[in-house]
Design a protein around this ligand. Structure first.
Ligand code: ADP
Ligand code: MG
Length: 281
């Protein structure tokens, strides 16, 4: 079963002047074809302005295709009657955790989504505890969110989405405002969600190193899917990645340069450990 299916999706932002006349058209998505299977961990990688957020907003019916069709768990995102179901199936996490946390106490904040969905009180408690436990924040449930680090806040936002029991979570640059430690915490939480809870993850990022754990990567450039493959397939294509204005992780760059100089480094080096193993052979 495909949880997300995008068929020939094109989206144009239309700019109008004060009289409502079309002033300009910006094609932010250009014929996007992409499938995600239930339980997959997908990354969408791309530089600023490549169309990532525009695509994410389509998954949640915030935007609808100008042309083409997008389905979430079989539901057409242009179908107005399905918007609530679509939003409950695919939860969204955004860049800035401060804009997503509204409760004064962490457990209240996480309860907000299921409360709005009309879940029973006893069940809400259970869901809140379960969600906080999954992201490693259960010990903080009675605390105020104000004193948390960025990584902890973002994990609370993820718990808030989890408590709604979505099949899929879409995260639009969830680590962009975090320090390196916070970024690691969030990525670790996502891997656990996917491995243990089998939740489909769509991670949108411009940090290449965050995508090495995904099953597949889609690279976006100027509104198009420019590359698609496993991390091992994508990370070896250094020159193309640079062309798409992505910053190459040090280890990938080093392995690439060494190979170019004729050293026998396998093409699939992703981590420091793999490079060390290759060099000591
Ligand atoms: P990304 O998330 O990869 O940085 P976006 O989806 O935000 O990319 O933007 C894709 C393109 O659409 C860019 O050229 C951007 O300037 C344009 N764009 C984004 N939002 C709007 C908007 N509200 N109105 C007009 N153009 C927009
Ligand atoms: Mg964006």
């Amino acid at each position: 079963m495909k949880i997300i299916k995008s068929k020939d999706v094109t989206f144009e932002y239309i700019k109008r002047d004060e009289n409502g006349e079309v002033e300009g058209i910006n094609k932010a998505l250009d014929n996007i074809n992409l499938d995600v299977k239930e339980g997959e961990f997908i990354s969408i990688l791309g530089a600023n302005g490549s169309g990532k957020s525009t695509f994410a907003k389509h998954i949640n019916s915030i935007l609808m295709p100008t042309e083409g069709t997008l389905w979430v768990d079989g539901m057409d995102t242009s179908d107005e009657d399905k918007i609530l179901d679509i939003r409950m199936t695919a939860g969204m996490v955004f860049q800035n955790p401060d804009n997503q946390i509204i409760g004064q106490v962490i457990e209240e904040d996480v309860a907000f989504g299921p409360e709005n969905m009309g879940v029973e009180t006893a069940q809400i408690r259970e869901r809140v505890d379960e969600a906080l436990k999954t992201v490693g924040m259960l010990d903080y449930k009675k605390n105020s969110p104000n004193k948390l680090s960025g990584g902890q806040k973002q994990r609370v936002s993820i718990a808030g989405v989890l408590a709604m029991h979505p099949k899929c979570i879409v995260l639009d640059e969830p680590t962009a405002m975090l320090d390196p430690a916070g970024r690691k915490e969030v990525i670790r939480a996502l891997r656990a969600l996917n491995d243990v809870e089998k939740i489909t993850i769509i991670l949108i990022t411009h940090y290449m190193e965050e995508t090495i754990y995904s099953d597949r990567i889609f690279v976006m450039n100027k509104g198009k899917i420019a590359m698609e493959g496993t991390p091992r397939e994508i990370f070896t294509r250094v020159e193309e990645l640079e062309e798409f204005r992505l910053e190459i992780p040090q280890i990938t760059r080093l392995a690439y340069e060494l190979r170019k100089e004729g050293m026998r480094i396998p093409e699939c080096v992703l981590t420091i450990k793999e490079l060390c193993d290759a060099l000591s052979r």
